[in-house]
Ligand binder design. Structure first.
Ligand code: GUN
Length: 301
């Protein structure tokens, strides 16, 4: 039976560290704490749940967040005007526009209007470019969470074959880049891939991000593979299931993430980290923080 990769546990360990960083931040910056603004458009129930969970996590870690709810029929111009206002507000460190957006709005135009310094999702092309060339300030939250899980469980991607199933901008593409940065040999599969089982079956590390419940079956994986399930599929009964047929794959894998309780909790944890990082980047302009080598920032006093 595979080792269970426990995202809840890893998340709570990291969040304890985040609370300490927030206390230090508060001391350094006269009682202020990193602050995120989330914009939600319309009444998508899943989005509303995600946004509420984010607000709860921020409060628990001693950080500030606020939610701006906009009506379903808002125009793209109104939404972008609101983002411009937040870009110019020094009290706002991070801006997140919850996806999906209604059809009258071009998602790309909206995401590109967020200042790269406040882009805690890491969706702006400046940040995506930095991710590609390895000079990133932010990492996209879900891919960063996956890398943290691997690190916590001592799974080194170097020299391993990694297959990513799914090529989304949010997960598939960026996690492939991060695995490559950690020296894995990466294959990306998608809806037009011929013979997916051949690709998944040779993977030492398999990352499933297709959005199809139970898509990865035991006969598609290699004995002893590490299986990371990014799927969040809600069934008719309201229950969440992943992209991996958990019970049968767990018999064959060496380690596996459950759904829920695997990758999911890590996404918000990485958002907390990115918001602290964004705040420090913004303070760097005042000369009160120094940049360490690599992607992190430290408070210098
Ligand atoms: N909707 C589903 N996942 C995400 C995410 O990672 N970021 C944003 N902004 N919206 C989402």
């Amino acid at each position: 039976m595979a080792t269970l990769i426990d995202g809840k546990k890893v998340s709570s360990v990291i969040r304890e560290g985040i609370k300490k960083r927030v206390r230090l931040y508060r001391k350094m910056f006269k009682g202020s704490v990193p602050n995120l603004t989330v914009i939600i458009v319309g009444n998508n129930p899943a989005s509303q749940t995600y946004v509420r969970n984010k607000a709860k996590a921020f409060a628990e870690c001693g950080m500030r967040s606020s939610i701006i709810a906009m009506p379903e029929d808002i125009s793209q111009t109104e939404l972008i005007n609101k983002i411009s206002e937040l870009n110019g507000d020094p009290d706002v460190n991070g801006i997140l526009v919850q996806l999906p957006l209604p059809p009258q709005i071009e998602e790309r135009d909206v995401l590109y209007s967020i200042s790269p310094e406040k882009d805690v999702d890491c969706f702006h092309p400046v940040n995506v470019g930095k991710l590609v060339n390895g000079s990133h300030d932010f990492l996209p939250c879900t891919p960063a969470g996956i890398m943290e899980l691997l690190r916590y469980y001592g799974i080194d991607p170097a020299g391993k074959r990694c297959t990513v199933v799914g090529r989304s901008n949010i997960v598939g593409k960026p996690v492939s880049l991060l695995m490559l940065e950690k020296n894995a040999t990466v294959t990306i599969c998608h809806s037009r891939t011929v013979n997916i089982s051949e690709m998944t079956g040779s993977a030492d590390i398999l990352i499933a991000a297709v959005g199809r419940a139970g898509f990865i079956k035991a006969d598609m994986i290699k004995e002893g593979a590490v299986v990371i399930d990014v799927g969040i599929n809600r069934g008719q009964d309201g229950k969440l299931t992943g992209d991996v047929a958990f019970a049968e794959v767990a018999e064959k894998a060496s380690a596996i993430t459950p759904v829920p309780g695997g990758v999911g909790p890590m996404t918000i944890t990485m958002l907390l980290m990115n918001t602290i990082r964004a705040a420090l980047i913004q303070h760097r302009h005042s000369g009160r923080v120094q940049r360490r080598k690599g992607a992190s920032y430290t408070i210098s006093g």
